[in-house]
Write a protein that binds this ligand. Sequence first.
Ligand code: PHE
Length: 347
Amino acid sequence: MTELEDKLLAVLAEAQELLSKAADANTVEELRVKYLSRKGVLPALMSELGKVPAEQKPQVGKTLNQVKTGINAAFAEAQERLEAKADAQNAIDVTLPGRCRCHGHQHPITQVMEEAVAIFRRMGFVVADGPDLEDVWHNFDALNAPQDHPSRAVTDTFYFDLEHHDFLAPDTMILRTQTSPVQIRAMQAHPAPVRIVCPGRCYRRDTPDATHGMSFHQIEGLYVDKKVSLADLKGTLSYYAKEMFGSSVKIRFRPHFFPFTEPSVEWDASCMICGGKGCKVCKGSGWIEISGAGMVNPKVLQNVGWDPNEVSGYAFGMGIERIAMIRYAINDLRLLYENDLRFLHQF
Ligand code: PHE
């Protein structure tokens, strides 16, 4: 073995040793410069091949090639090792707890409203719409509200521009106090049969407390056709109650009065907390009041030019906040409007 071959093998051993210990890309680069660059160790040794006697050249050339291949392999190995290490450092730790991004969702009032609409749609009702800014005729007169009805008082209803308008004049503008004026609008817009629900906002000059707000939501229902009866109303509300509150819920009617229905009822659902046995929520009665309803007063049909001898109908109007409070056991209506996310996230 020649002296040059000894040197070459020593360089290979040294390079292999250093590269196997290289801990980062910078060190590998420094070694590349040291061994392989134009002025590096290996090219310097290669230039000595010229001085080797001719008969030794094949042997030394072979060793030189082995050393070159060996050094290149050592570089490739070092690079692979460092890349694998970087991959491991960047890898996802699947055992870490996830970072939860907060999703928005519908407000409980919207949820209940949409669910109520969906239930009535399954029974063939279509959604109707009316303005929040209503006139006295649609909100009171057409609905047979007498001129001295307490709900017409300026202390109960939001009137507009009373300096120039009489609060009893049919064209005076108000914020609607109920969704019932949409009954009138639906009957004016379509011939019988009419089967609509109208979800929407209503406004009353109430002082806000646990069960009252100045603005709230109702869903109104109206079905007018030939031979519609109170039994149809009961069947419809019974299905609604079962869908909304649970399949074992029963309903009952109590006599009541509304100017626009005759007969009028208030209807209760059996208490979904105690199953009708009596508890704190139903105040021991076993029943929970849901809303008003009744058979459309013939005078209302006449007010929109329909013949009460030809058609009859039923109507109901429910407070959405009340339904949401019953469903989610919320004891103060104001919680729904304070927009405290800790509260709203629960629904
Ligand atoms: N509009 C009535 C209210 O606000 C509810 C109702 C609607 C009653 C339809 C009977 C029929 O109290």
